[in-house]
Write a protein that binds this ligand. Sequence first.
Ligand code: ATP
Ligand code: MG
Length: 427
Amino acid sequence: MANNIQAIRGMHDVLPDQTPLWQYAEKILRDVLGSYGYSEIRLPIVEKTELFKRSIGEVTDIVEKEMYTFDDRNGDSLTLRPEGTAGCLRACLEHGLLHNQVHRLWYYGPMYRHERPQKGRYRQFIQLGVETYGMSGPDIDAELILLMDRLWKKLGVRDKVRLQLNSLGTIAERLVYRETLVKYFQAHLSELDEDSLRRLETNPLRILDTKNPAMLQLVSNAPELMAYLGEESLAHFKTLTATLDDLGVSYEITTRLVRGLDYYSKTVFEWVTDELGSQGTVCAGGRYDGLIEQLGGKPNFAVGFAMGIERLLALIEVSGNLPQTRAVDVFMIRVGDAAEQEGMRFAELIRNEVPGLKLQVNCGGGSFKSQFKKADKIGAEYAIILGDDEVSRGEFSIKSLRSEQAQKTLTQEQTITFLQEFLGPFN
Ligand code: ATP
Ligand code: MG
């Protein structure tokens, strides 16, 4: 017998019993983004490899070892997007959206990284990305944080996440800091792991981003970037923190927060949790003004963030604040030829008259008993029962499957009114 083909390691199916949680979170995301006036942008999943090399940087984990890169049939090198910032900016530059305009955008969809799969770390994962262009901040930096703060609250996980905040200053400020940092690490060469030794040559700030527990002590004693910031960067950071103080959003200033990517400047932040083991960063972002020029645009401003949806859903599960959803509200039981015909007709009428009701009609026959079993298994609230008796009297029986309410016999009109009332005006 041939082996069944299985999904690719680290790429997961979302089965029907899990989709309600996804849809619930997705609806809240859209609603919150809409309430701040953000627009959706839809982008290709595949881009030219060059785009990611140029934007993310050659000496990053992503470009060095995580990208799904292949030659297409013309011999062009293409890559499955590992993140969305580069493609979003590419699209906005290509369509001239950045001339004297501001934008507040979001996108949602799969990203691909060839990492070692484990809980909270996959090879295909879903991100919500939010990007804003044309605003120098710090008010827009604050807005992005407020938006996330609102989202956590709506999803009932605010008490599970903490905001970590830092400023990376300007490129010039970082260069001065970089020299001091290199000297510090050179004085502790024997304590550096292999990755860090390599980074010492290529991008020493990355060493601060290490996930190696053996290096955390060394890293926490390193000189702090904040001390090297100039007046303007400091003022930007101060106004941002003052706004957050004013609006009651708590944060931790985390001086070794540098983010994995090269293109950030000034504000950087992460929302982290202690509930998900070592995959504790749920949402990460910051200001990346320099990337626009790096991709060939005129000098401009950009700030955004990305959130991992699998980690968000894991957090919702841990919090226990799960949505109460039902795939089917009402299941229609039909027994006998006349009932089958009448049931199909009536079901269509119900769908006209009670929009929003989730009505499933039994198909494939079966006894009353077996159809009741199906209705129960699918989690329906009510069964509409239609047998030859009901058809001959022009009536419908309704039975609650979740309570002791007595079974009712209703006319067609009464049934529709009953279902409209059951659904309520706000569904
Ligand atoms: P990490 O430090 O966990 O590797 P990162 O710095 O590589 O994260 P970003 O590139 O900033 O992550 O992506 C933003 C968010 O996307 C992360 O905070 C996380 O929630 C999610 N994410 C990143 N990589 C993965 C992955 N392989 N699987 C699942 N979610 C991911
Ligand atoms: Mg990573």
